[in-house]
Design a binder for this molecule. Structure first.
Ligand code: DAH
Length: 347
C-alpha cells in the first residue's frame, strides 16, 4: 500500500472513531486542516520537478477528494444517528392507556342546597345570596335583637377585627337571617309607589358561622333563610309551603309536620318545625328541621315597610341536617373533613 492509500485508510478509521460532530471536526483538522497531513503533502511538492508535480499533484488531489468524501459520509451518518436518537427519545407510545380524569361530583350539601333552591323556585321563591362577613346591625339589631339583649348570647358569634361605619365590630354571620333585611329593603325601595307592592318571596341559602363543634355542630355550617311577606300571608301559608317542601325534598307523602312554640327575637309568635316519617329507619321520631314564625313588626319596619299593612312569615332551616337525614349520615363533621372516600359515595 502506498503512502497515499494508507492516508485514506487512516483518515477513514479516524472518522469512524469520531462519535460526535465535534470529534469529527477535530479528526478532519488532522488531515485537511491548515497543518493537516494532506496540507503538509501539498506543501512538500515545492521541491519536485514540474513533471513529478503533475503526477504527484493529481494523486494527492485524488487522495484529498477521497478523504473529503469519507468525511461527508461520516457526517451524514452521525447526523442520521443523532436524529434517530432524538426521535427515539421523543417517541410517543400511542398504545399506552390514557391518563384517567377523575369523575367529579357535587358535595352532598351542595346537592341539598340545589334541591332546596329548585323546590322553592318552583313555588315562586327568588334565591338570594349575601355577604358572609356581616354588620352588627343586619346580624342582630335589625332583627329585633337589641344591643345587650340576652337573646344575642343564643349565638356564640365569631367577631372580626374590623369595625363597620357605625364603629361596631363586623362578624361572620351567625345565621342567614340578615338576608331577610337586606333583600326586603332593596325590594321595598325598588317597588316604592307600586300599589300593591309585589309580595316578597325569597330564600337565602349560604354559609354561616358559630363557635360550636361536635358531632352535630360545626363552626362553619349552612342555613337557608326563607321569607314571604305580603298583605295577607299567614301561618296557614307557612304550613302549606313547609308541607309541600318537605314532602318533595324527602320524596314521600307519608310525612307529618308539627309546629312547637318557641322563641326568636325576630318572629312573634315563633315555632320550631318538626317532621316525622311514617316509614324508614327514622319512623315515628319527631325531628327538628327548622325555626320559623310570623315576622315581628319591628323587623317589618326595618324592611322599610309598614307593619300595619305587611305581614308574613320567615323561617330558617339547616341544609346540613337535611343532608344527614336524607342520606342517613350521623356525624356532621364528615361533610367538612374533605375525605374523598366519604364524599365520593355521593357522586
Ligand atoms: N336564625 C335562626 C337561627 O339561626 C333560625 C330562624 C328561626 C330563622 C326562625 C328564621 C326564623 O327566619 O323565623 O337559629
Amino acid at each position: 500500500m502506498n503512502d497515499l492509500e494508507e492516508l485514506v485508510q487512516a483518515a477513514s478509521a479516524d472518522f469512524a472513531a469520531a462519535l460526535t460532530p465535534a470529534q469529527l471536526e477535530d479528526a478532519k483538522a488532522r488531515y485537511t486542516g491548515k497543518s493537516g497531513r494532506v496540507t503538509e503533502l501539498l506543501k512538500g511538492m515545492a521541491a519536485l520537478t514540474p513533471e513529478e508535480k503533475k503526477t504527484r499533484g493529481a494523486a494527492i488531489n485524488e487522495t484529498k477528494r477521497r478523504i473529503e468524501a469519507a468525511l461527508t459520509e461520516r457526517r451524514e451518518a452521525l447526523a442520521a444517528a443523532q436524529l434517530e436518537a432524538q426521535l427515539r427519545a421523543e417517541a410517543l407510545d400511542v398504545t399506552l392507556p390514557g391518563r384517567q380524569r377523575g369523575v367529579g361530583g357535587l358535595h352532598p350539601v351542595s346537592r341539598t342546597m340545589e334541591r332546596i333552591e329548585q323546590i322553592f323556585a318552583s313555588m315562586g321563591f327568588d334565591v338570594a345570596d349575601g355577604p358572609e362577613i356581616e354588620t352588627d346591625w343586619y346580624s342582630f339589631t335589625a332583627l329585633n335583637n337589641p344591643e345587650n339583649h340576652p337573646a344575642r348570647s343564643m349565638q356564640d358569634t365569631f367577631y372580626v377585627d374590623l369595625n363597620d361605619e357605625a364603629g361596631r365590630p363586623l362578624c361572620l354571620r351567625p345565621h342567614t337571617s340578615p338576608m331577610q333585611v337586606r333583600y326586603s329593603r332593596v325590594h321595598a325601595q325598588r317597588h316604592a309607589g307600586l300599589e300593591p307592592m309585589p309580595e316578597i318571596r325569597v330564600i337565602a341559602p349560604g354559609r354561616t358561622y358559630r363557635v360550636d363543634s361536635d358531632a352535630t355542630h360545626s363552626p362553619m355550617f349552612h342555613q337557608c333563610e326563607g321569607l314571604w311577606i305580603g298583605e295577607n300571608v299567614s301561618f296557614k301559608d307557612l304550613k302549606a309551603v313547609f308541607t309541600d317542601f318537605f314532602r318533595t325534598f324527602f320524596e314521600t307523602d307519608d310525612l307529618q309536620l308539627r309546629f312547637r312554640p318557641s322563641f326568636f327575637p325576630f318572629t312573634e309568635p315563633s315555632a320550631e318545625v318538626d317532621i316525622a316519617f311514617a316509614d324508614g329507619p327514622l319512623k315515628g321520631r319527631w325531628l327538628e328541621v327548622a325555626g320559623s314564625g310570623q315576622v315581628h313588626p319591628n323587623v317589618v319596619r326595618n324592611f322599610g315597610l309598614d307593619p300595619e299593612r305587611y305581614i308574613g312569615f320567615a323561617f330558617g332551616m339547616g341544609p346540613d341536617r337535611l343532608t344527614m337525614l336524607r342520606y342517613g349520615v350521623n356525624d356532621l363533621r364528615l361533610f367538612f373533613d374533605g375525605d374523598l372516600r366519604f364524599l365520593g359515595q355521593f357522586k
